[in-house]
Design a protein around this ligand. Structure first.
Ligand code: SF4
Ligand code: SF4
Length: 262
């Protein structure tokens, strides 16, 4: 499975700095990406024009970088006609490039862009990856969830601890549990305890150690991940209680689905 671009409904560009901006809300990023994509499609594919586009993208189209340590690439855009999949506009298969690889013109250079694969590609159980891929159909949410190793591992470990066994993908993907799980995953873009924050940080570069073995520790990890995403302290008792309540309700529905499946 290609974690970066699993299917035609969504993709990820977190490691291109997509979320490293002052305002990473979906509507803001979407509007920026649309402007950048269509501006880039108009330029000729020459070294000068592509290099000049970097400045246009950075200043004229308004990249407001947040963490100065993480580069925000000027060439990230939509790579399909219906603006569903984000990716590299310098890639040989991106629209207008006629099979020519222009990635050598970017900040990281061609080799780094071709070779990089974030830790999520190997650190998340295949079943969890399958569930996430089947449920999420939006690039903004996908890039935040699929790269957050700690969030997914804590969430699914908590569910497995409560059901005392491994998750059965087909049962949890049934109509009722999947709707509840989707609401939990969607916390990564809209978390009621951080409504004032416009940040949506990706943790694609973070690897965390083993998950705790108790409910309180796992709930704590989930809340910590949300605090990181929104760069906002949401670690109140109320937040922990809500996570616990929602996961318990999800597990109850999932257990029912398991019984029906038997
Ligand atoms: S952050 Fe990971 S999943 Fe996302 S595009 Fe980069 S390597 Fe792929
Ligand atoms: S040039 Fe490199 S960093 Fe920029 S969008 Fe393409 S792959 Fe990402």
């Amino acid at each position: 499975m290609n974690i970066c671009h699993p299917d035609s409904s969504k993709s990820c560009a977190a490691c291109c700095g997509l979320y490293n901006v002052i305002d990473g809300r979906r509507e803001v990023l979407n509007s920026l990406l649309i402007k950048r994509t269509f501006a880039f499609r108009k330029i000729s594919r020459t070294v000068d024009a592509i290099s000049d586009f970097s400045e246009v993208s950075r200043t004229g189209l308004g990249i407001r970088q947040w963490d100065p340590e993480i580069h925000v690439c000027e060439y990230t855009g939509f790579v399909d006609d219906s603006c569903k999949t984000v990716g590299c506009m310098l890639h040989p298969q991106a629209p207008g490039n006629n099979g020519i690889d222009f990635r050598g013109l970017c900040y990281y250079g061609s080799m780094a862009c071709k070779a990089f694969l974030c830790p999520a590609a190997s650190e998340i159980d295949e079943t969890y990856v399958t569930i996430v891929n089947r449920l999420i159909t939006d690039w903004h949410l996908y890039g935040l969830v699929a790269t957050d190793i700690n969030f997914l591992n804590a969430l699914f470990a908590l569910i497995e601890m409560m059901v005392e066994g491994p998750i059965a993908a087909e049962a949890i993907l049934g109509a009722e549990p999947s709707g509840m799980l989707m609401k939990v995953l969607a916390w990564k873009t809209s978390w009621p305890f951080a409504e004032k924050s416009a940040k949506r940080r990706s943790s694609y570069y973070l690897i965390r150690s083993d998950q705790p073995k108790d409910e309180a520790g796992l709930v704590n990890n989930i809340v910590d991940c949300l605090c990181f995403t929104f760069d906002f302290c949401v670690g109140s008792n109320e937040a922990h209680a809500m996570v616990r309540r929602r996961i318990h309700a999800l597990v109850k529905t999932y257990k029912h689905a398991l019984l029906v499946d038997k």
